[in-house]
Design a protein around this ligand. Structure first.
Ligand SMILES: Cc1cc2nc3c(=O)[nH]c(=O)nc-3n(C[C@H](O)[C@H](O)[C@H](O)COP(=O)(O)OP(=O)(O)OC[C@H]3O[C@@H](n4cnc5c(N)ncnc54)[C@H](O)[C@@H]3O)c2cc1C
Length: 157
């Protein structure tokens, strides 16, 4: 339970751990967006070619893949610090902020790659688009993550 008067601090520590969890969830959503996009882009043909051969589509997939690498390392770094018993408030917020914003951007791009079909419930991307949206809100909004990161920076520097 902790000592009397320490409840807020304990609750905030629980949020730090939860933020690594949401970063991982957002990362999973982004990976699914990329997988679905690659599969669809190789299959869908326009102007006599798979849409995966168009540079504009390739760039969207490249952005998602690059973001996945970065988000993965941010989440792993925060989790490693927690495991080592090191402070990880800032790192957890950075991982959550980056991964959840990436999931939203990737869901937008993945739906774009799917064209009109992406809007239909029959395609997985419609659910991913809705799932991604919640990740920048719960366990602290993106604005709140930025406040936390800035507060930690100001303490450090
Ligand atoms: C799907 C879902 C599941 C949820 N599950 C849970 C749960 O299990 N447990 C739980 O406790 N809560 C849960 N929540 C609630 C969630 O944590 C809150 O919705 C979230 O923290 C934002 O709080 P709020 O909705 O009161 O928005 P508000 O705090 O009213 O924020 C509204 C807007 O103002 C901005 N804002 C607020 N304060 C500041 C500030 N100081 N500076 C700049 N901008 C600011 C916010 O970023 C946001 O854009 C869930 C929410 C969703 C959508």
């Amino acid at each position: 339970m902790g000592r009397e008067g320490a409840g807020f601090k304990i609750a905030m520590t629980a949020l730090d751990s939860g933020r690594i969890g949401i970063a991982s969830q957002a990362l999973g959503i982004t990976r699914a967006c990329l997988d679905e996009s690659v599969k669809y882009a190789k299959d869908r043909k326009q102007f006599g070619k798979p849409i995966s051969s168009f540079e504009a589509i390739q760039w969207m997939m490249a952005d998602m893949a690059t973001g996945i690498e970065a988000a993965n390392w941010l989440a792993l770094s925060a989790a490693w610090r927690k495991d080592q018993g090191l402070p990880f408030t800032k790192e957890a917020s950075m991982a959550k902020l980056f991964a959840s914003e990436l999931a939203n951007k990737s869901a937008y791009l993945a739906l774009q790659i799917h064209g009109g079909y992406g809007y239909l419930k029959y395609f997985k991307i419609e659910r991913l688009f809705r799932d991604a949206r919640a990740t920048t809100i719960y366990e602290g909004t993106s604005e709140v993550q930025r406040l936390v990161i800035a507060r930690e920076l100001l303490k450090e520097l």
